[in-house]
Ligand binder design. Sequence first.
Ligand SMILES: Cc1cc2nc3c(=O)[nH]c(=O)nc-3n(C[C@H](O)[C@H](O)[C@H](O)COP(=O)(O)OP(=O)(O)OC[C@H]3O[C@@H](n4cnc5c(N)ncnc54)[C@H](O)[C@@H]3O)c2cc1C
Length: 165
Amino acid sequence: MPRLSLDALGNPVRLLVIGGSDAGISAALRAREVDRTAQVRVIVADSFPNFSICGLPFYLSGEVPDWHSLAHRTRDEIEAHGIELHLEERAIEIDAAGKQLVTQSRDGQLNHYGYDRIVIATGAAPVKPAIAGLELRNVFVLHTMEECFALSATSQLRWSSNFRH
Ligand SMILES: Cc1cc2nc3c(=O)[nH]c(=O)nc-3n(C[C@H](O)[C@H](O)[C@H](O)COP(=O)(O)OP(=O)(O)OC[C@H]3O[C@@H](n4cnc5c(N)ncnc54)[C@H](O)[C@@H]3O)c2cc1C
């Protein structure tokens, strides 16, 4: 059976993946495919692993009525591949020499994970051009599910208020 690596004691390799979108989940799935003994943990800052970010405009337009169908795989399907998912945990520090990752849960709790290999799949951050007003409330970028929900909620408010008047 192929193995990603063996330590001197023959322990399974511990792979840590930061980020649970296209890149992170692909890496995790592939690792488990290559090595069924690998312990694969995926740390995800939000609650939406393996969602189609490309589908967000289609949800906003109503072409995709249910946001759940933007998921390429459900949490259960991912975990059925032997992948351990840690949602709503943000990686905040990597100690590369000591092979330790520190994450922070949404409630502020700090968590420490050891690893043998690490994959950083945290995507990109939107660049906001220097346009006056971009810092105002209700001006959104569209990159995450949460930003999509925030934008969608604002739009519905505007539409319902237009409807009433
Ligand atoms: C609106 C929109 C439409 C798009 N349409 C298309 C398209 O039609 N075709 C196309 O090819 N591409 C499209 N893209 C681009 C495509 O979505 C991205 O290339 C793809 O999502 C990148 O995947 P990724 O895994 O690298 O990063 P992302 O999808 O950005 O995921 C980053 C992951 O990292 C997590 N994360 C970030 N920081 C941390 C941290 N500190 N700790 C833990 N987790 C963290 C996030 O929660 C997320 O799970 C579109 C993008 C957008 C925003």
